[in-house]
Design a protein around this ligand. Structure first.
Ligand SMILES: Cc1cc2nc3c(=O)[nH]c(=O)nc-3n(C[C@H](O)[C@H](O)[C@H](O)COP(=O)(O)O)c2cc1C
Length: 642
């Protein structure tokens, strides 16, 4: 505990003589009961002759121990010399001034004391009556005040105190913070009203608030334009508090000045950029959304209405994920975390719910928003553009390209097929024609007839092939005619079976029919012909001679179910996927003739009826094709078409 160096001993006033005090009976009482430590020391050698209880307590020695000790031995080493010289410099019956000393204590820190002494005469002996007063409390209080003063002096903000009893409220204190902020020294500021900081800029709304508060002795907060000593502007956030006595009398005002220039300028800049940004957001066609890491929107631009059919206010506080078509909330949250963590923008294309329940394709660029300050939540800004027409055009283009590719593929296969399949009948025609030209007149009519029949068959075969090719080209162009009419399906199938039996032999087709006799269904007979002619011809073509193909016609509820089953060579697994593609032929067909169009034509014909063909096949064991066509109620047709 430090304390100030003692000043020079001052002359005391007129104190009573020790002798006369001693004569008083109450001295003894005073000596013992005093709150101060009292020592009586020999003025000659300085030894303690007596000491009171307080002295014993403070020095942590008994009065008996104290007696006989040199008094100066009880004070701290650094104080001894001058205490001694001070005591010996005085004449009889004079009182010393107050001096600060430290009293040594056994097993304790020295006790700061105020020492006062008087020379007195005791029983003819010159003595020093020494009084020590405990200063530790006062020291503590002083230290406390010093600490507070230092704290006030060293805060970064300005701290000022004005005298409220003077009409102009002159400053009586300014701290270092004030000096630093304003550039004015304490010397230049103290004694003046603080209005000098306003320079020429006296027309400020906030000054009226301040004046009123000062007039009424009320606290207030204002933000003023002030000017430093060098004339530069700073924004001063001023807090004023009145100070009153216990009786309520206003004595001072305390002012706290905070330089908020950076904050004000930042805000002004921010507001300007926000204005620019809103102007932009409000006037562009793209939708701008601002949302936090969870996707909760806090700003949506007006174009939201046009794109999503929702007012911006209806979107705010909602989740962005809810606007996204099949928005996987978890995946989106991960994407947004990525944007915030990486600080990088990303552009993605996805589907959103558009106006009138439509689905929109949008391209969104999501960028992290710079933080306004560290406590602000991380946010993302998304610029969303409707790219539906572009996506549809691209899709259209992709489809067209795909179609083009398919057509090219078909053409290639067609050329391959023509070069293979047309060659044989043409060779046959050429051979028969040259035979007839060279030997037509010399051969038997029967032989000639055979050659004509050969030519006719070859031409028919070529014609059939051309019909098939025409079917493909019409089908690809979407121009296949579909002309359904009420048909007695059982009768139709029977006649078809008969026709094929004539060509291939009766034993080659086993036919069964579950349909009610005379049942009529709305079907296109030309297409039906394509379906079953092809399926049955294949079944016969790819079965060993003598083996029959089974043809069954029936109905299951609303479906006409017709099956063609054979025990032929079967279809290799690898050909299953492309089996219905035009010009595709399974790899195990060997020398069996065919264009690779039959199944394609059958399938397209079923599809035109809104039906389908399914198949299953095991290599070497046979195949089973199942045709499903929608059945209309026979009675309905009987009613309308008969
Ligand atoms: C303690 C205290 C601190 C003040 N600090 C400032 C200050 O930093 N800047 C300022 O422009 N005015 C400050 N003022 C206000 C002016 O001193 C003055 O009271 C104000 O301009 C209104 O008075 P006027 O109308 O006579 O100018 C302070 C006033 C008080 C009492």
């Amino acid at each position: 505990m430090g304390w100030s160096k003692p000043g020079p001993l001052t002359k005391p006033g007129h104190g009573a003589s020790f002798r006369s005090v001693n004569a008083d009976l109450s001295f003894d009482l005073l000596f013992r009961m005093a709150n101060d430590a009292v020592f009586v020391a020999d003025a000659g050698d300085g030894t303690v002759l007596d000491a009171n209880e307080r002295a014993a307590e403070w020095t942590r020695r008994s009065t008996a121990e104290l007696r006989g000790m040199p008094f100066t031995g009880l004070v701290a080493a650094q104080d001894r010399a001058w205490v001694e010289s001070a005591l010996h410099a005085k004449d009889d019956e004079e009182t010393f001034g107050y001096i600060d000393v430290s009293l040594e204590r056994a097993r304790a820190a020295p006790l700061p004391c105020e020492l006062t002494a008087r020379v007195a005469s005791l029983d003819g002996r010159s003595v020093h009556v020494i009084l020590l007063r405990d200063l530790s409390e006062r020291m503590r209080a002083m230290e406390d005040i010093n600490l507070r003063n230092e704290a006030i002096a060293s805060v970064a903000s300005g701290v000022t105190i004005a005298d409220a009893r003077h009409p102009d409220l002159p400053l009586i204190y300014v701290n270092r913070g004030f000096e630093r902020i304003t550039g004015f020294s304490a010397k230049e500021a103290v004694g003046r009203s603080c209005r000098f900081l306003q320079a020429h800029d006296r027309d400020q709304d906030q000054l009226d608030i301040l004046r009123k508060a000062l007039r009424e002795g009320e606290p207030c907060n204002v933000r003023l334009r002030n000017y430093r000593k060098d004339g530069s502007l700073f924004w001063n956030e001023l807090h004023i508090s009145p100070v009153r006595t216990a009786e309520g009398e206003l004595t001072h005002f305390i002012g706290i000045q905070i330089d908020v220039t950076d904050r004000v300028l930042d805000r002004t800049r921010l507001e300007a950029s926000e204005r620019r940004y809103r102007l932009l957001a409000d006037s562009i066609d793209d939708v701008i959304l601002r949302f936090d890491a969870d996707g909760t929107i806090d700003y949506a631009s007006p174009s939201c209405e046009r794109l999503f059919g929702t007012a911006p206010s209806d979107v705010t506080d909602r989740s962005f994920a809810a606007l996204i078509h099949s928005g996987d909330a978890q995946a989106l949250a991960a994407r947004w975390r990525g944007v915030i963590e990486s600080g990088e923008s990303i552009t993605t294309t996805f589907e959103m719910h558009g106006r009138d329940g439509k689905t929109l394709w949008v391209e969104a660029t999501e960028s992290p928003l710079p933080l306004e300050d560290e406590t602000a939540p991380a946010r993302i800004i998304a610029v969303i553009r409707d790219v539906t027409p572009r996506v549809h055009a691209a899709e259209e283009m992709r489809r067209a390209l795909e179609k083009e590719k398919q057509l090219n593929e078909i053409k290639t296969r067609f050329i391959r097929m023509v070069s293979h399949e047309f060659r044989t009948p043409m060779t046959g025609i050429r051979a028969s024609a040259s035979f007839l030209r060279d030997y037509g007149n010399s051969v038997t009519p029967a032989k000639r007839e055979r050659h004509f029949a050969n030519i006719e068959n070859a031409l028919k075969r070529m014609n059939d092939m051309l019909d098939d090719v025409l079917f493909v080209s019409r089908s690809e162009a979407g121009k296949l005619p579909f002309d359904p009419k009420p048909v007695d399906l059982a009768a139709f199938c029977e006649s078809l079976v008969e026709e094929l039996r004539t060509i291939h032999g009766a034993e080659r087709i086993r036919f069964s029919n579950d349909l009610p006799p005379g049942g009529r269904f709305r079907l296109d007979t030309a297409l039906l012909n394509h379906i079953f002619h092809n399926l049955l011809s294949n079944a016969i073509k790819y079965s060993p001679p003598g083996e029959a193909a089974c043809f069954h016609v029936g109905r299951e509820g609303s479906v006409l179910r017709m099956t063609v089953e054979d025990r032929g060579i079967g279809i290799p697994e690898e050909d299953h996927a492309d089996l219905f593609e035009p010009f595709h032929r399974a790899r195990n067909v060997g020398t069996v003739k065919g264009t690779g169009l039959g199944l394609y034509i059958a399938k397209r014909s079923a599809e035109l009826h809104s039906g389908k063909i399914r198949f299953s096949s095991t290599l070497g064991k046979g195949s089973r094709f199942e045709v499903h066509l929608p059945a209309d109620t026979p009675t309905e047709f009987q009613a309308t078409h008969q």
